[in-house]
Write a protein that binds this ligand. Structure first.
Ligand code: G3H
Ligand code: ZN
Length: 285
C-alpha cells in the first residue's frame, strides 16, 4: 500500500497509524520488530535534529529496504521548519513531509505550505504533505509546566480557519491544536483533548487529521480522538523515556559491561514494548 492508501484505509476503519520518531538504529529495529509482530503499518519520523544525527541517506535506505521486504513502514520528515528541508526530503523520496509554520503569521504559513505542496505535486506526487495549523509547543521532553501559548482555549485551532487553510494550501493532512502538547508534564497528566473540536475540524476539512504530542495522552482520549477523525498519532517522548530508563538500569546493573549490543538491547526491547502497546490502542485490539 502507498502511504496515502494506508491513511485513507485507517480513516475509513476509524483506526490510526502510529508515527514514532527515531534518532538511532535501536529505535528503528524496535519499530521493525513491532511491525513484524503486529502486522500494523507504522510511520517512522525524523525531526530536523533526529535526521541530522541519523543521516538522511541512511534512514531513507533503511526504510526502502524494509519496504522492499514487504513491510508496511513509511518515512516522514517530521516538523520541517524550513521550506528548503521539506523540498530536500521530497527529493530524497520520503513518503510524507510536515511543513511546520505554526509559529508564523497565518498568511506566511499559507504561502510556504502552498509552495511545499506544489513542489511535492510536481516532483513526487506520492509524497503526502501535512501542515501544522495551531501551536502545540516544540520539544519532546519532560516539562514542569505547559509550553507557553498552548492547550488553553484561546490557542486552539478554530474549525472555520482550518477549513480556509486547507482550501488555500491544498495540503493532504492537517495537524491541529486540540489541547495536545509536545512533551509530557512531569507532575500532572497532560491536558485532555477537545474531542468536539476535532469532530468539527474533521467535518470542516474532510481530510485526514494528525494528532501530535501523543505522549501522556490517556487511552480514553486516544480512542475518542481517533473516532472523531485522527488518522495518525505521533509518539516520541514516551519512547525516548523508555530508551533512557532501560539504558540507565542496564548501566547501573552491569557496571563492567562494555559491549554496546548488550547494553542497548534492553533499551531496544523497552521501546518495542511501548510501540506495541500504542499500536494496540490505535488499532482497537
Ligand atoms: O512529532 C512528534 C510528536 O508530535 C511527538 O510528540 O513527544 O509529545 O509524543 P510527543
Ligand atoms: Zn509533532
Amino acid at each position: 500500500m502507498t502511504l496515502k492508501e494506508a491513511v485513507l484505509d485507517a480513516k475509513a476503519r476509524k483506526v490510526a497509524i502510529g508515527h514514532f520518531n527515531v534518532s538511532n538504529l535501536e529505535a528503528v529495529h524496535a519499530i521493525k520488530e513491532a511491525v513484524v509482530e503486529t502486522g500494523f503499518p507504522i510511520i517512522i519520523g525524523v525531526s530536523d535534529k533526529e535526521e541530522e544525527f541519523f543521516g538522511r541517506d541512511e534512514i531513507v535506505a533503511l526504510v526502502r529496504m524494509y519496504q522492499a521486504q514487504g513491510l508496511s513502514i513509511y518515512l516522514n520528515a517530521d516538523h520541517a521548519y524550513s521550506v528548503e528541508r521539506a523540498k530536500a526530503c521530497i527529493d530524497a523520496g520520503f513518503d510524507a513531509v510536515i511543513y511546520d509554520g505554526a509559529e508564523l503569521p497565518p498568511e506566511e504559513n499559507i504561502k510556504n505550505t502552498k509552495e511545499v505542496v506544489e513542489y511535492a505535486r510536481a516532483k513526487n506526487s506520492s509524497c503526502l504533505v501535512e501542515a501544522e495549523f495551531g501551536f502545540i509547543g516544540k520539544s519532546s521532553n519532560l516539562m514542569d509546566t505547559l509550553p507557553e501559548g498552548t492547550a488553553l482555549e484561546e490557542f486552539l485551532t478554530k474549525p472555520e480557519e482550518a477549513k480556509a487553510f486547507v482550501g488555500a494550501t491544498g495540503v493532504d493532512m492537517l495537524a491541529p491544536a486540540v489541547g495536545n502538547i509536545h512533551g509530557m508534564l512531569k507532575n500532572m497528566p497532560n491536558p485532555h483533548l477537545d474531542i468536539l473540536r476535532i469532530q468539527a475540524i474533521a467535518q470542516n476539512t474532510q481530510i485526514p487529521l494528525v494528532l501530535h504530542g501523543g505522549s501522556g495522552i490517556s487511552v480514553e482520549d486516544f480512542k475518542k480522538a481517533i473516532e472523531a477523525g485522527m488518522c495518525i498519532v505521533h509518539i516520541n517522548t514516551e519512547i525516548r523515556l523508555a530508551f533512557k530508563t532501560a539504558l540507565e538500569k542496564g548501566l547501573a546493573e552491569n557496571k563492567d559491561q562494555v559491549a554496546p549490543y548488550k547494553l542497548l538491547k534492553p533499551a531496544q526491547d523497552a521501546m518495542r514494548q511501548v510501540i506495541i502497546e500504542k499500536l494496540k490502542i490505535f488499532n482497537n485490539v
